[in-house]
Structures are given as C-alpha cells and as structure tokens.
Design a protein around this ligand. Sequence first.
Ligand code: NHR
Ligand code: GAR
Length: 197
Amino acid sequence: MSGVNKNIVILISGSGSNMAAIVETAQAHRWQERFGARVVAVISNKVAAQGLVWAKAQGISTASLDHTAFDSREAFDTALMAAIDAHAPTLVVLAGFMRILTPAFVRHYEGRLINIHPSLLPAFTGLKTHQRAIEMGCRFAGATVHRVTAELDHGDILDQAVVPVLPGDTAETLAARVLSQEHLMYPRAVERLLAQA
Ligand code: NHR
Ligand code: GAR
C-alpha cells in the first residue's frame, strides 16, 4: 500500500455503524496526516441503507447500486467494481455488506479487500451466526476481521474479538455485545494495515 494517497472505500448494506466507527477513528487518529489515508467513498447495494445518510452528512461521497436491478451476480459486480475503481482505492472494506462477491471481483481486489464477520471463524461462516452460536451452547462468541477470498469467510484472519455468551442471551443481545467490540477492533485492524504499508 505505497503511494501518497491511500483511498479507502467502504461497502455497506445497512446501518453502517462499523463504517462510522472507521470514519471517526480516521479523524481522531489523524490517518490523513499519518498515513495519507482517507475514507473517500461509501457504497451500498441497498438504496435505503441508513449508513449512506450518515456518510453523506460527513461530506463523504456516497453511491448505491441496487443489486436487484442486475441480471446476474457478474453484472452487479462489474458495475460495483467500476463504482469502486473510480476512487482508486488502496483498501476496500466490507462493513455489514450482505452480497456474496464473485471470484472475479475478489481477484480484482486481491490483497486490498477485507471483511468483518460476526463470529469466531472458522466457526459459523455464513449468516445467522449469533442464533447458531446460542443454539450450539457456545460459551463464547465474537467477531473476526479477515481477508476476503473467493471462498466465503475463509481468508486469513487479521484479528478477533471475544465476548461471553450470557444466560438468557437472545440473538439480539448477543449481536449488540459483539457489535460493540467490532467498533473497537475494525478501525484498529484497518489502522494496522495502513501503518504496515
Ligand atoms: N464474498 C466473498 N467472495 N468472500 C467473502 O468472504 C465474503 C463475500 C461477500 C460478503 C461478508 C459475509 C459475512 O461476513 C462477505 C464475505 C453475505 C452472505 C450471504 O449469504 C454471506 C456472508 C457474508 C455476506 N448473502 C446473500 C447472497 O445471496 C444475501 C443475503 C441477504 O441479502 O440478506 O449474496 O457474513
Ligand atoms: C455487523 O455485526 C457485521 O459483523 C455483520 O453485520 C453487522 C453490520 O453492522 N456482518 C455480516 O453479517 C455480514 N454478513 P453495521 O452495518 O452497523 O456495521
């Protein structure tokens, strides 16, 4: 990740609280001055994603590409790549992004594409992680920051955060406990990648 400008593009689908945590840490930790790094764009596959409203209010470029308007995953990913590449990103950050990406997309961003997944990988790849962890009787749950590969939730692990599963937890209470740790871990993981470059 050499060069003067390190552009970060964040992909979201919903509330975008991890995206906001990264943007706030970028400001508080002066990523622009220290690493030449800036969150330049936030892109959603859902027009109504709440995170877009927040990002726009911060003066960040926003865009949405409705995946249902495309005939295939390949067509959607091709358009998404064009929207992302317009910002010449050093790092593409999935933050609650809910569409599986094609091998061509993953190859295009190899080495600069990361995700946060709400489980302690390799346990509980895929969706409904908190419900499954509770049903299995797990005593601990958490989240994982990993590199994105063509195989879902299988890339190298960059960091993990652990939380207890407490008696009486529902998927919602556990998700909230995990999410509060994600907000600390994800910005830290991004900062570490920027510092390495
Ligand atoms: N793409 C690849 N190739 N590899 C990964 O590791 C990816 C990825 C795309 C997204 C995030 C992921 C997660 O952290 C992620 C990792 C969506 C689904 C899914 O099944 C699964 C995993 C993740 C994100 N999506 C459905 C689909 O058909 C749609 C579900 C919905 O819209 O609610 O794409 O968990
Ligand atoms: C987070 O918990 C994230 O780990 C998870 O969705 C939440 C998004 O919250 N991601 C996935 O489930 C990806 N399949 P946010 O939009 O407020 O950051």
